[in-house]
Design a protein around this ligand. Structure first.
Ligand SMILES: Nc1nc2c(ncn2[C@@H]2O[C@H](COP(=O)(O)OP(=O)(O)OP(=O)(O)O)[C@@H](O)[C@H]2O)c(=O)[nH]1
Ligand SMILES: [Mg+2]
Length: 467
């Protein structure tokens, strides 16, 4: 029996979603509240009934139910307004909640919807309440994008999305609003202690400067950053470099693109100031992971990087893994050249959206890293985007129950302990350094150095034998 949700009712409308399905949907959207605006079985399947209740309501989630029991639909962050425009919406996605949650993100955002007076559509590919009837209609042809040719805004298979059953028995539209974190206004005990002071920042910088790897044969610890496209790997290096340079720097290219912006393997030393000495660590930046095989960073490449065989500026080729120089590969790299700590860089706003394919890739990588005994940490980026209160004040980070749930979620999805998940905010649009950002970023580096030491402690004595 479906447990109906009383708290979702408005104008005595009752949602068809069970608590479980609602949670799954909220998992795709972040810390949000859903308010039911429109219910076709009550208001009718007419486009005019839909527009009367759903226009100019901000972000909305459309949930359709078909006769085969599929619960599916789409999210748009842009208002319905009958503007006649092709809507650009990079946040739009199609979904179903069949067992797990399937989420098909919009390819480029371009023509995520045609915003006309008719019933709602996604990418002019999927029309709900088509012709004012309880049906969904799939337009299979490529549609005109309006920005350079024919492309489908969404790649999906109607059989997977809704079992190819176009007959609906319900269609609901929810208003999606960011939830305020009520517990945060009360002075809560933080779940991790951070001293947000200049003294602490200086202390951390000093500790990092004076750090010496546990093994004498290693002068600088090599930290490898791995993570999905756009997670903030390059930005993390830029942020750390900025702190030590005393100004915002952007040496590594960062930004957003459909596929990985970083295409080379880069090893970045960080200097202690403009004329300063190199610090005792190197950040290794990689190409982003993609869910499809044959795209993005390849697991074979990672394996060779870990063993220390890939040179700086090596250009990744997703279709052919790196072929190390035979002579070089025949002898094992020295401990100095190997990776001593692996950092999984994960975007806090995308944890629930991570596909099972990407999760599988990360599990395979973790297995590989585990067999080599290398220390592992998760860097959870974009905490500012994930939680509006953190965006307002970074010091709210460890009192935000939402961030805590995200840390727990990433810990369980990647199989790393909660204590190994480090939330940070990278420098992204700022023009000046900011104390709270620095403290978090430096704490993350310090933790990485500690973890690298654990690894060196483990393997060092064996590898250092000739000495
Ligand atoms: N608000 C916010 N934006 C961030 C943060 N970290 C990164 N960004 C932004 O996210 C986008 C992607 O960041 P990158 O550093 O290029 O990501 P990447 O992991 O190197 O991506 P690829 O090289 O494409 O795989 C950029 O526009 C950054 O400015 C963060 O902590 N907060
Ligand atoms: Mg990058």
């Amino acid at each position: 029996m479906n447990k109906m949700l009383g708290n979702l009712s408005l104008n005595s409308l009752t949602s068809n979603l069970t608590e479980k399905k609602r949670k799954q949907l909220c998992g795709l959207l972040g810390n949000v509240e859903l308010t039911l605006l429109y219910k076709a079985s009550v208001h009718g399947y007419d486009a005019s009934a839909f527009h009367q209740r759903c226009d100019r309501q901000g972000p909305t989630l459309l949930v359709a139910y078909n006769l085969s029991g599929y619960i599916f639909g789409g999210y748009t962050s842009v208002d319905y307004a009958q503007s006649g425009q092709h809507i650009i919406d990079e946040k739009a996605f199609l979904f179903n909640v069949q067992g797990g949650a399937l989420c098909i993100k919009v390819n480029t955002g371009c023509n995520a919807r045609l915003d006309d007076a008719r019933a709602p559509n996604f990418g002019q590919q999927l029309y709900f309440c088509y012709n004012n009837q309880p049906v969904v209609y799939h337009q299979g042809q490529n549609v005109y994008c309006g920005y350079g040719g024919k492309v489908n805004p969404f790649n999906f298979n109607p059989a997977t999305l809704y079992g190819n059953d176009s007959q609906l028995n319900e269609c609901e539209v929810y208003k999606v609003e960011q939830k305020k974190d009520p517990q945060i206004s009360v002075k809560m005990k933080p779940w991790r202690n951070v001293q947000w002071t200049e003294k602490r920042r200086d202390e951390l910088m000093k500790m990092i400067r004076n750090y010496k790897p546990l093994t004498t044969s290693v002068s600088r610890v090599r930290i490898l950053m791995i993570g999905p496209v756009g997670a903030g790997k390059s930005s993390f290096f830029n942020s750390i470099n900025s702190i030590f340079m005393g100004r915002i720097t952007s040496k590594a290219m960062s930004g957003s693109a459909g596929t990985s912006l970083t295409t080379q393997f880069r090893t970045y030393p960080v200097k202690d100031g403009r004329e300063g000495k190199p610090l005792p660590f190197v950040l290794c930046d990689t190409m982003g992971l993609e869910e499809q095989s044959g795209a993005g960073l390849d697991i074979d490449d990672i394996s060779i990087i870990l063993k220390g065989h890939v040179p700086d500026r090596y250009k990744f080729n997703p279709t052919t893994p790196f072929q190390p120089d035979e002579q070089k590969a025949s002898r094992p790299a020295s401990l100095q050249e190997k990776i001593h700590c692996v950092v999984y860089v994960i975007d806090a706003t995308k944890i629930s959206l991570m596909s099972s394919k990407l999760e599988e890739k990360l599990t395979a990588i973790r297995k590989k890293v585990n067999t080599l005994g290398i220390a592992q940490i998760v860097l959870m980026t974009k905490v500012d985007e994930a939680c509006p209160l953190v965006e307002e004040d970074l010091q709210s980070l460890y009192v935000s129950s939402y961030i805590k749930t995200k840390v727990q979620e990433v810990s369980s999805r990647l199989g790393v302990p909660v204590s190994c998940v480090l939330p940070v905010k990278n420098y992204s649009q700022e023009l000046e350094l900011e104390l709270n950002c620095d403290v978090l970023l430096l704490t993350a580096i310090q933790q990485m150095l500690n973890f690298a030491d654990d690894y060196l402690d483990d393997v060092g004595p064996v590898e250092d034998k000739p000495k």
